[in-house]
Write a protein that binds this ligand. Structure first.
Ligand SMILES: *Cc1c(COP(=O)(O)O)cnc(C)c1O
Length: 401
């Protein structure tokens, strides 16, 4: 079975995990501070603060900007649906901006159509590593008396005109989840040049206690999961878990379990700082290597798979290879699974937030949502498996699905 994702397993992480309970407080603070400084330098902003998750960073940004109930926030119509409750809890009026189904990103025109007198902020995501037009969106926000917040969860290291994403808006959020580029098995980063926001965030974070155990526990859970995925048990198990009958329930249980393992407001740990620092140092090399792999793979896909356009605005970071398939996705996935290729369940790409919000339909997002499929391509995918994946996709595209 070729799994759809891979979580990094590294001896250095294990070493840090074993040492984590014994790190003195001053040393932990130094390591966390060093990570934050390195991250700020990568983004090119003055302040980067390590927090509990990408969601936590977004919550802190919204609180720090003093958004109040009734304020309007423009959100991408195609992004992670799990962000919505966080925004709705604050009483914000969410206005979904449609995406271009080719790039899967919002455009200045689609965002402009969403602005009104109560628009206070625009949340824009650089989806799947592809930069959206952040400079134009920042200008649009300024014109409307609003601010731009960049969701860089998929895109650390992506650049527009040589400048890193995350430096164009008032603030940006990054995720350090196991599935993201700078994996610390959880955690996030808030990046900003805004002194007032930085002060506000510093005050909130000062009230949090650093604890190592939540991060240690979560890391351990993810390692177990990954060992299972790499074992011979995974093939038969995946066929059961991802079958049509079980998939939806499994997906719900899995997401629920992940949510419970998500520490809401626990201080960032030294263990996370060390794991993230190591991956941050390799980020540029990883993006270069994986982007080349992405381009080569995308160019070899059968014509029925249309890969995301990633370089319309700037230089992408590597996240995932997502293509739109013209055909029945359920059938495609079932046939792929039977051939030993895990193309996922259905919830793993992004969500149609316009539909989730019950807003007027956004046709670009609806189309992306209906057609997108995640193809297994990740750091560490060996060449033999990559070619086998392409061969299977070729067979599937030739079939009736
Ligand atoms: C992963 C992700 C986030 C937030 O990440 P967490 O660290 O899981 O809270 C935000 N936006 C998008 C688009 C994401 O994929």
């Amino acid at each position: 079975m070729i799994p759809r994702r891979r979580i990094p397993l590294e001896a250095a992480d294990l070493r840090d995990w074993l040492r984590a309970p014994f790190v003195a407080d001053a040393e932990a603070r130094r390591q966390i501070g060093a990570f934050e400084a390195a991250f700020a330098a990568m983004v090119g902003v003055r302040h980067a603060r390590a927090v509990a998750s990408g969601r936590d960073a977004l919550g802190l940004i919204l609180d720090g900007l003093d958004l109040t109930p009734g304020d309007a926030l423009v959100v991408p119509a195609y992004t992670l649906g799990e962000l919505l409750p966080l925004l709705q809890r604050r009483g914000l009026r969410l206005v979904p901006a449609d995406v271009d189904p080719a790039t899967m990103n919002v455009t200045p025109a689609s965002v402009r159509a969403c602005l009104d007198a109560r628009t206070r902020a625009i949340l824009a995501v650089h989806l799947l590593g592809a930069p959206c037009d952040a400079p134009a969106l920042a200008a649009l926000a300024a014109e409307a008396g609003a601010v731009l917040i960049e969701d860089c969860a998929h895109a650390p290291g992506a650049r527009i005109g040589g400048r890193a994403v995350g430096s164009f808006g008032v603030a940006a959020l990054f995720s350090l989840e196991a599935s993201k580029a700078v994996a610390a098995f959880g955690g996030g980063v808030l990046a900003t040049d805004d002194e007032r926001l930085a002060d506000y965030v510093a005050t909130r974070l000062a009230a949090r206690a650093r604890r190592e155990w939540p991060a240690m526990k979560k890391t351990l859970m993810r390692w177990m999961e990954e060992l299972l995925v790499r074992s011979p048990l995974y093939g038969p198990l995946a066929r059961v878990l991802f079958s049509d009958r079980v998939a939806a329930a499994f997906e719900r249980a899995y997401r629920g379990g992940n949510d419970r393992a998500r520490p809401a407001a626990v201080g960032f740990s030294a263990l996370q700082a060390r794991m993230a620092t190591r991956r941050l140092a390799r980020l540029e090399a990883r993006n270069a290597r994986c982007n080349a792999l992405w381009s080569d793979t995308a160019a070899r896909l059968p014509a029925r798979f249309r890969p995301q356009h990633r370089d319309a605005i700037g230089a992408p970071a590597f996240y995932n290879l997502v293509a739109r398939f013209d055909g029945d996705l359920r059938q495609l996935r079932r046939a792929a699974l039977a051939r030993g290729l895990d193309l996922g369940i259905f919830g793993e790409v992004m969500d149609d937030t316009a539909a989730m919000l019950g807003a007027a339909s956004c046709p670009g997002a609806a189309r992306a949502h209906a057609e997108a499929v995640l193809l297994p391509l990740y750091d560490g995918l060996d060449e033999r498996r990559r070619l086998r994946m392409l061969r299977i996709l070729g067979e599937l595209a030739a079939g009736p699905a």
